[in-house]
Design a protein around this ligand. Structure first.
Ligand SMILES: Nc1ncnc2c1ncn2[C@@H]1O[C@H](COP(=O)(O)OP(=O)(O)OP(=O)(O)O)[C@@H](O)[C@H]1O
Ligand code: SF4
Ligand SMILES: [Mg+2]
Length: 360
């Protein structure tokens, strides 16, 4: 279908990330894995908004659907993944909005990299071992900008490497001649080649040691300031997000269970799962605290029980939790900019006193 059917003009930004215009809006995105009569519903009506200039952190345990969300939102989901519903609205530099899920293949190819780019989980192992770095970057640039001369693309490749802190003479290197951190930086440089509006980074530093992790993250955040892109940063390590993200979305069993400003999630998590996640990672700063972890294991997404998916592991589960699925909404306290999917915080259950750990 053509872009004119699916595009509309977006409102212009006013001020600061909190009030800035949305650059990426995922609405009710649902994904199944498997065909036939009994597919597994992996994403269930997930909605998320990324604002211009913002770093949105997406946190959750392994298997909760973080990568699925990133792939589905960019229409890169491989079979047997199938998008069964939803919209993904992207506002480009000119202020035109388009639903990525409704674009033709040609329109989508144009939008990818130019407007939205993704650094895949484990990306540093996806460089082709038999080609020099230069060829891989230049080929990527020329594929998306066929009018650019290779000489010009080479200059751009050198500039991109310098941008991520690698000397341009390493362009002649093969991937095995670079360290893991350098290869990951090359992948980030490639994603930034066309100066996208939105950069999705799926566990970009998990395979690296903490010093390298920190260095790369600091560089990305500095580039974000300089180049003005927005970031969706995916990790299972919520304590890392507290440091780098403006806002955090916590995911559990294919659903968003809490979104709020990073400092609010850290200081007063409302969802018991967010509280559990925070208690599972050592804080990078501040006083030491005891790690508590979360008992049990995430549910089998192919055999979901009714009610709240976190109920079997939740220390605060009530009867209603085992029968009714909590819906993501404002808390009974009416907190601004926070949404929670938990019966403890809905108006109907708010007569119950909140557990102290969730009511600070
Ligand atoms: N190709 C596939 N076929 C069937 N199920 C899949 C496939 N890929 C992922 N899944 C299932 O979808 C769910 C979400 O997987 P996904 O990779 O999105 O999780 P994740 O949050 O990114 O995990 P991790 O932190 O380990 O990267 C998991 O339960 C997984 O088993
Ligand atoms: S809805 Fe119930 S089981 Fe689910 S997180 Fe809230 S209190 Fe726990
Ligand atoms: Mg993943």
């Amino acid at each position: 279908m053509s872009a004119d059917v699916h595009t509309e003009r977006g409102a212009l930004a006013d001020a600061g990330p909190a009030a800035a215009e949305p650059v990426l809006e995922v609405r009710n995105l649902s994904v199944d894995y498997g065909f036939g009569d009994d597919p597994t519903h992996v994403l269930r009506e997930v909605s998320l908004t990324l604002r211009r200039g913002e770093v949105l952190g997406l946190a959750g345990e392994s298997g909760c659907g973080k990568s699925t969300l990133a792939y589905a939102a960019t229409r890169l989901l491989p079979p047997p993944g199938l998008i069964t519903g939803g919209e993904v609205w992207l506002t480009n530099r000119e202020g035109t909005r388009a639903d990525l899920l409704a674009l033709s293949d040609a329109e989508l190819r144009a939008a990818r990299w130019r407007d939205i780019a993704i650094v895949f989980q484990g990306a540093m192992s996806s460089l082709n071992p038999v080609f020099r770095i230069e060829k891989q970057i230049v080929d990527g640039i020329v594929a998306h900008q066929p009018r650019m001369r290779r000489e010009e693309a080479r200059e751009r490749a050198a500039e991109l490497l310098r941008l991520v802190g690698i000397s341009a003479d390493r362009l002649r290197a093969y991937p095995h001649q670079l360290s893991g951190g350098m290869r990951q930086r090359v992948m980030i440089a490639m994603a930034l080649a066309l100066e996208p509006q939105v950069l999705i980074m799926d566990e970009p530093t998990t395979a690296l040691d903490v010093v390298m992790q920190r260095q790369i993250l600091e560089e990305v955040m500095e580039l974000r300031e300089r180049l003005g892109f927005s970031v969706v940063f995916i990790t299972h390590d919520v304590s890392l997000l507290v440091e780098v993200a403006d806002r955090i979305a916590v995911m559990y069993a294919g659903e968003i269970v809490e979104t709020a400003a990073a400092r609010d999630v850290y200081a007063k998590p409302r969802h018991p799962y967010s509280a559990g996640l925070l208690g599972s990672f050592p804080p990078l700063h501040g006083p030491r605290r005891e790690l508590t972890g979360i008992p049990g294991a995430p549910p089998d997404l192919s055999a979901r029980e009714p009610g709240c998916p976190f109920a079997p592991r939740c220390p605060h589960a009530m009867d209603v939790c085992r029968t009714e699925l909590p819906v993501l909404g404002r808390t009974a306290q009416g907190e601004d900019n926070r949404l929670v999917a938990c019966h403890l915080h809905t108006t109907a259950s708010s007569t119950e006193p909140l557990p102290p750990s969730l009511s600070r």
